[in-house]
Design a binder for this molecule. Structure first.
Ligand code: TRP
Length: 338
């Protein structure tokens, strides 16, 4: 038996996947599934922490995510793809974590303060949202993951996970694993149409399932170097979000040619937008064809999730069983054994 190290990462099913996910984390997940015992899960309970009053989209986005993941090349026979709520042991471990975690640890998590300040269209005063990072710690610990591939924004959650695991272990015995983060390669930050980080909530995203027409229309609206007002003004490709996206998919020589043409004001932004739109449509064509094929298979997503839950649950039930034992909750069973 090969003792591959285990990794785990999860996405909240709150929307369709866009190029920011594609380049930021998904490509990483694809290559990691070969080297590691990879657990990739859809965090529907985490989606519920913010969308509890309007949970209608969660099941649909869960299914779409399975299609996106598998069409992109995640292989359900090689990695374990599952849905959080299909593995209820996570909730039990989260409850044990709630016992050992001081409230002040959760109060100081930066994403918590940030989102409560910034998001005004939803009520985030609920306990579930407060304990979001604690549930995340349980996701990671329930499979004893060694590594967690995530974006930089998740690092405070990883730090908290390690602290909770240490507390649990020092209270009940060294058992749970302190996970390490694997962050995506530098430069994987993908700008959206307005130059800010690509994000569904900013409305600046190109989704990987967008039709060619949608992609063309969006790319024509891309922000470019704001100082380049006229076609005859030389541009600065290093600050232009259009160039930043081009660099993700183009060859070295194409990138050099774009840079030269822009700096010398030989070509205008409109020409580059048209060309990037065509390139992106071509780049995503194979993925999109594969996605339509999978979508046409009845029950495809449900089957992937059922298979994943069947693989994950022996692991997760084993881990909670050991936790109960370590805490001493099954002392009565122990007596019966004597
Ligand atoms: N918080 C993560 C995000 O918003 C999603 C997530 C939930 C996660 N549980 C996790 C990521 C466990 C990694 C590991 O992207």
């Amino acid at each position: 038996m090969t003792a591959k190290k285990r990794i785990l990462t999860g996405y909240r099913p709150t929307g369709k996947l866009h190029l920011g996910h594609w380049f930021g984390n998904l490509q990483n997940m694809l290559s990691l599934q070969n080297e590691y015992d990879a657990y990739y899960f859809i965090a529907d309970w985490h989606a519920l922490t913010s969308d509890w009053a309007d949970p209608g989209g969660i099941a649909r986005y869960t299914e779409e995510m399975v299609l996106d993941w598998c069409a992109a090349g995640l292989d359900p026979d090689r990695c374990t793809i599952y849905r959080q709520s299909d593995v209820p042991e996570v909730a039990e471990l989260a409850l044990y974590f709630a016992m050992v975690t001081p409230m002040s640890w959760l109060e100081r998590v930066p994403s918590y303060k940030e989102q409560r300040d910034q998001i005004s269209d939803r009520d985030l005063g609920n306990l579930g949202f407060f304990m979001y990072p604690l549930l995340q710690a349980a996701d990671i610990a329930i499979v004893l993951a060694d590594f967690v591939p995530v974006g930089e924004d998740q690092l405070p959650h990883l730090e908290l996970t390690r602290e909770i695991v240490r507390r649990f272990n020092s209270a009940y015995g060294e058992f749970l694993v302190e996970p390490q983060a694997i962050t995506a390669k530098a430069g994987a930050r993908v700008p959206g149409l307005d130059g800010r980080k690509m994000s569904k909530s900013y409305g600046n995203a190109i989704f990987i399932s967008d039709s060619p027409e949608e992609i063309r229309a969006k790319v024509m609206g891309f922000m470019t170097d704001p100082a380049r007002k006229l076609k005859t003004d030389p541009g600065d490709p290093d600050i232009c979000p259009l160039h930043a996206v081009h660099r993700l998919i183009a060859s070295e020589s194409d990138i050099a040619e774009w840079d030269r043409c822009c700096r010398s004001a030989e070509c205008g932004c409109v020409a580059h937008k048209k060309s990037l739109a065509a390139d992106l449509v071509g780049y995503l064509a194979e993925f999109q064809a594969r996605r339509s094929e999978l979508e046409a298979i009845p029950g495809f997503a449900a089957e992937v999730l059922a298979k994943g839950a069947a693989k994950a649950r022996p692991v997760t039930s084993g881990v909670v069983a050991t936790c109960r034992e370590l805490i001493g909750l099954d002392a009565r069973t122990g007596l019966d054994d004597e």
